[in-house]
Design a protein around this ligand. Structure first.
Ligand code: AMP
Length: 485
């Protein structure tokens, strides 16, 4: 196993990486970094987001930047504003001890005069979206005649998002001697066209299994009736109350509908799609990143550039169009050595696609059972009790009320009191799941083990304190659990 030092990086960069907490290079970094330090060849690298590709191209570039030259030496193009900002932020962190190197991000949706001023300050690295970069080149505010490196990050996405013309316009204005690094999650004829028109005999770099899903993600699928798709989603969210994840939808409309429904059902959710203004998108992203929003309901395109580590779940409300898109979606969780869960909701007619996906991504999917109302109520009940047990009491503040509180409760015994406290929150779930159907039963073959029982849970709730905590496991009635609930 190589270290960052073995790859040829200088001590200032090594120091910054150690402070960030990168201990070992990822596979794409091990391949790309020495290549970019030691060779002048162009490269075409197949890499998903979440593999550490940003550091793979950024570290060799910052190492070779001439700190004394205050002109643009590297341009990095990215499909979205969010990704451009993220890349620029990452680069500033890597440059902590390279005081003479500076980076700026340029993108549409922000006042251009701010960006013009930033460019005047002489950054050596500019990260931007194709539209804005092209605009700034035409205005002669961004001078690219002397650049040494051009990075096309997520090239397939830039093309998917309709930036072909901007890319062509940018590429023709740049000096032919520059080195071009193209990164893409998928390979197709359009990418090959860029490589053959604008690159010089690029070396292909591919990490073994780059088109495979990461090992840190567990894949589950749930079979539901089309009409139950939303209810199934809701149950999965209720069963995993600490969820922090993205729900992928196919269309803007579906994204809006699912988000609106979740919000009206009192979930912490927001929609993110291309027709929401940049400002609103940034705000939504920030709320999500700060965990003020638990669920982001997004289209594939809008979710590009979402760089949030430690997402617990990715939920495919519908299957994506292609395997690559699935790998991309599921790769949003399980990043940077964390564990993640990717869930797919399918109807009966779509189940064959799971087999197909398994083969393509080289991973198996476990079939989950939609949690029953009863399982959810139980999980929520114990979660609430855990929360109560773990709550710190501020003795000083509460003491002045103790007498009054005791007086109010004087006619209640301990058991009654506990039940009432717990019911404050628990009733919401009891009400919703009272008489709830088992969503699995509809789709299981006759005699296939589905539960036909209907759950009326009200009776049990008044049944006293006889519950003891039960943990559900993968294939059990409760679907899967995160470690803590
Ligand atoms: P990227 O594929 O560049 O979007 O990176 C995905 C995530 O992995 C980012 O949050 C990086 O900060 C993180 N990361 C990149 N390289 C490493 C590394 N060598 N060790 C640990 N985390 C890393």
């Amino acid at each position: 196993m190589s270290t960052f030092k073995d790859l040829g990086l200088n001590p200032m960069i090594l120091q910054a990486l150690a402070e960030i907490g990168f201990e070992q290079p990822t596979p794409i970094q091990s391949k790309v970094i020495p290549h970019l330090i030691n060779s002048d060849n162009d490269i075409v690298a197949l890499a998903q987001t979440g593999t550490g590709k940003t550091a793979a191209f950024a570290l060799p570039i910052i190492q070779q930047i001439d700190e004394n030259e205050k002109h643009v030496q590297a341009v990095i193009l990215s499909p979205t504003r969010e990704l451009a900002i993220q890349i620029a932020k990452d680069i500033s962190k890597y440059c902590k001890y390279l005081k003479g190197v500076s980076v700026t991000a340029v993108f549409g949706g922000e006042r251009i005069d701010i960006q013009l001023r930033a460019l005047k300050r002489g950054p050596q690295i500019v990260v931007g979206t194709p539209g804005r970069v092209n605009d700034l080149i035409r205005r002669k505010a961004l001078k690219v005649d002397n650049i040494k490196w051009l990075v096309l990050d997520e090239a397939d996405e830039m093309l998917n998002m309709g930036f072909k013309e901007e890319l062509d316009a940018i590429l023709v204005t740049m000096p032919p001697e520059k080195q071009v690094y193209l990164f893409s999650a998928t390979m197709n004829s359009q990418i090959r066209r860029i490589a053959s028109n604008y690159m010089t005999k690029p070396d292909d770099i591919k990490v073994e299994g780059a088109d495979k899903a990461t090992d840190n993600v567990q894949h589950f699928f749930y079979v539901v009736h089309e009409k139950d798709r939303y209810q199934a989603l809701r149950r999965i969210a209720d069963m995993n109350s600490d969820i922090h994840g993205i729900i992928f939808c196919r269309t803007r409309r579906e994204t809006e509908q699912v988000a609106a429904q979740l919000i009206s059902d009192k979930y912490s959710a927001e929609a993110l799609h291309g027709e929401i203004t940049q400002d609103k998108r940034t705000q939504a992203m920030n709320r999500f990143r700060q965990k003020k929003t638990q669920l982001l309901v997004a289209t594939d395109v809008a979710a590009r550039g979402i760089d949030v580590d430690k997402l617990s779940h990715v939920i495919n409300y519908n299957l994506p169009e292609s395997t690559e898109a699935y790998v991309h979606r599921s790769g949003r969780t399980g990043r940077a050595h964390n564990q993640g869960i990717s869930i797919v909701l399918v109807n009966m007619r779509e189940t064959y696609r799971i087999k197909h996906l398994e083969k393509k991504i080289g991973k198996t999917f476990e079939r989950g059972k939609i949690p029953r109302g009863e399982d959810i109520c139980e999980a929520q009940l114990f979660r609430l009790i855990d929360k109560i047990c773990g709550t710190q009491v501020n003795e000083e503040q509460i003491s002045k009320y103790t007498e009054l509180i005791e007086k109010k409760f004087e006619d209640m015994d301990r058991e009654q009191l506990i039940k009432k406290f717990v019911s404050v929150e628990f009733n919401r779930f009891l009400e919703h799941y009272q008489g709830a159907e088992d969503l699995n039963s509809n789709v299981n073959k006759p005699g296939g083990g589905g539960h036909q029982r209907r759950t009326n849970y009200r009776g049990r709730s008044s049944g006293g304190g006889g519950h003891h905590r039960r943990r559900h496991s993968g294939g059990g009635s409760g679907g899967h659990y995160r470690k803590r609930h």
